[in-house]
Design a protein around this ligand. Sequence first.
Ligand code: KG4
Ligand code: ZN
Length: 344
Amino acid sequence: MERFNKEDILILAIESSCDETAASVVKNGREVLSNIIYTQIALHTQFGGVVPEIASRKHIEKINQVIEQALKEAEVTLQDITAIAVTYGPGLVGALLVGVAEAKAISFATGIPLVGVHHISGHISANYIEHKELEPPFVCLVASGGHSHLVIVRDYGEYEIIGRTRDDAAGEAFDKVARAIGLGYPGGPKIDKLSREGNPDAIPFPRAKVAENEYDFSFSGLKSAVLNYLNSCQMKGEKVNQADVAASFQKAVIDVLVEHSLHAVKAYGFRKFAIAGGVASNSSLREAFERECARRKIEFYYPSPVYCTDNAAMIGVAGYYEYQKGVRHGYDLNAVPNLKLGEW
Ligand code: KG4
Ligand code: ZN
């Protein structure tokens, strides 16, 4: 039996903004027919972080295979595809260019319309996949390796940013602290795991507030506090309890994310709240939001971990809503490494 009808809108989505080469086929904006992710993490681990040049080279090597596999698993051919959605920013320019050039080539060869998608719009839209009832408006916390944004989702693809990080993104703080305590890259999942063995109240790390905007975040002070703590232990010849440092740091990040987010939900009068981005897969963060949202009678939404970290299914969902609005990009579509949310 066919997995789709002629009236269905099938989006072929491509994502290559950082270190995942990904392609997906999404039906009618909410149903994922395939979600192929080739992750380069193992390749970058030896360097302690993503090396942009290596990421681009790996994307170009893998992208055709990943797309072929996405079409095959979805049991479709290019002839069945309604539109091609591709992340064109923000991200690493060389990495983005691989996906954009690929999408343009397929569009040029087949005549299938091209829709450029904002990476963060993709992260937010990941929530629509498993929550068929979720519709805007709602408040969303986007916490990834490059971004920490508090966003009001006014409508599909329409965003108002009410809070942002002044320095490091939440995921970046996880990665830097993990490196400092010797856990390696990527730090988030490693700190998540190790924290289970530690005491989150062992070390009183700071919870930063930003004076001018109560919804903004700042994580660089916390990162410095962790580094200072590690230094002072070393100077005193004290053994560092890695798990306690991980758990106390993680708790400090989560406390701030929860407090700012739920304050915003209340102040703006919303009852629905979602999380998105790589950090949203953190198990303690999910538990904390679950608990606090239940207490305040806020409906809480979160994607499965595979849709939190970079993937193309989320780009397919965001691309579907852009396509429905009539957005089409030309063959002059370019990668925009610092693309702002709401600017396209
Ligand atoms: O969304 P994402 O895959 O890529 C960006 O768009 O940046 O996010 C990657 C970030 C990394 O900093 C990684 O350490 C963090 O998300 N991350 C986590 C967890 N899994 C990934 N942070 C905390 N806990 C996790 N379980
Ligand atoms: Zn991302």
